[in-house]
Design a protein around this ligand. Sequence first.
Ligand code: ADP
Ligand code: MG
Length: 478
Amino acid sequence: MEKLNSLKNILNIILKDIKKQDFLVYFRKISIVAITPQKVTFGAVSSFMKENLEAKFFNIIKNATLEEFPEILDIEFIVDKNIENPSNHDVIDCTTYFKEFSKKPKKTNQSNTQTTYKSDTISTYEEKSQVNERYTLDNFIVWPSNQLPFSACEAVVRNPGKSYNPLYIYGEVGLGKTHLLQGTGNAILKKYKDKTVRYMTADKFITEYVNAVKKKWVERLRQKYAEVDVIIIDDVQFLQKKEQTQNEMYNIFNILYDAQKQIIISGDKPPKDLTELEPRLRSRFEWGIIVDISKPDFETRLAILQEKARGKQFLLPQDVAEFIAANVTDSVRELEGILNQLIAEYELDHSTPTLEKIARKLKKLSITSDLLGEVKIQKRTTTIRSYEDIIKAVSDHFGIEKEWILWENRRKEFMIPRQVAMYLLKTKLHYTYERIGNIFSGRNHAAVLYSCNKLEDILKKDKNLLYEINILRDWIWI
Ligand code: ADP
Ligand code: MG
C-alpha cells in the first residue's frame, strides 16, 4: 500500500510534465518493485517498455521520485514479471489511472487541478468547434507561394465575415490547407471569446446531412449551422457528384452569407475546375477571394525541415536536411513524415540520422532521385566490447590521452570528455556507478552520479555537444 501511494504521488508529478499521449503509450503499466534508502526500483511490463522509459523519461521520473523520496540517490527500472499478477497491488494501469486523474481534481494539489481543468477545456473546445489546437497560424511557416493565402487568413481573423467572404484556398495535398484553415479557426476562437467556429471536412458534412435526412431533422441541422459565426469546410472536392448534399450546402451557404458570417473553404482545385459541382454552388465559391498554395522550393523545404526539427528539439545534421530537402519535393506532409520517422528512431535507440541512413531510407521509399547518385554506405567495423573501447573512442574523438580521462585531474578541458565517458558507460553499457567509479581512479558512487547528472544538465542546454556525442555514439556503434 505504501508503495502504491508513493507510486501515485510520483505519477501525479510526472503527469504535470508530460503529454497525455506519452503517458498512455509509454507508461502503460508501471509498478514499484522495491524502495531502499538509496534507490527506488520501478517495474515495467517488458524490456522494450523498460528501455523506452529509461531512454525517454529517466530524468522526469527521477525528479518526480526525488520529490517523494528526497534521500535516494538513484532510480532503476527492471522488467517486473509479477506485474500482470492480479494479487500484485503495487501496480498502476496508466489508462485507468489517467481517467481517474482527469476526473477528480485534487484539492491539495494546485497543479493537478490545473491539468484536469486544461484537459476538460480542450475536449469541449475541440468537440464543439472540431478545431484541433495543434494547428495555429503561429506555427504555420510562411513561404513565397503560401504568403497570399496566409495573409488572407490573417485578414479574415482581423475582420471575420467582412473582408474576404468566402475565402477559398486550393492546392495539392499535403501543402498546408487544413493547417491554415484550422489555424484560422483557432485564431478566431482565441481573439473573439463570443464567436463560434465550426470546422468540418466536406465528407463529414455529407455524413451529417445524410443522417439528418434519415432522421428527418434537416431543419434542425440547418438551424445548427445558422448559429455559427464562422464555418470552415475542408476538401470540398468531395462534394462532387453528391447532388443532394450540394443542394443543402447551397442553402446553408446562402443563410450564412446573408447573415455576414465568415465562410472558409478549401479544395484541391480552383472552383471552376470542380466540374462535377453544380454551377450555382461553384459560382458561390467564386464570390469572394480565391488563393492557391503551391509547392515550396528547395530553400523553403530546407527551412521547413529545420524549423520543424527545432520545434521538436531535434538536431538534424545539415547534410541530412539538405539531402531530404533535395529529394522529398512533393509536400510538407512527406517532409514531416520523414522527420518524424527519424525522431522516432532516435528516441528508440538514440541513433543519429546520417547521410547513409537517410539515403537508404529514401531509396526504400523510392523517393531518392538518381541525380544525386548513389551514396556510398560504408560498413562499420568498430564494435564496443568493453569499457576500454569506450574510453579509447572518447579519447580519440576529443584528441586527448586516455590517462587524462581516467585520472583525477580537475582541468576543465578533461572534465567533459571524462563525463562523456562515464555517461556512455552508464547509459550504453549499463555499468553501475560503483563499477564506473573503480575505473576512474576509485571515485565513489556519488561522484560518478554527480558527473553523469552534470553532463545531462549540460546536454540539455548545449545542443552542439549533444550532437557531437550522438555522432560519437553512432561512430562507435552502440
Ligand atoms: P493539406 O490539408 O493541404 O493536405 P495539411 O494542412 O494536412 O495539408 O498539411 C500536412 C502537414 O504538413 C501537416 O502536419 C501540417 O501541419 C504541415 N504543414 C503544411 N504546411 C505547413 C506550413 N506552412 N507550416 C507548418 N506546417 C505545415
Ligand atoms: Mg487537408
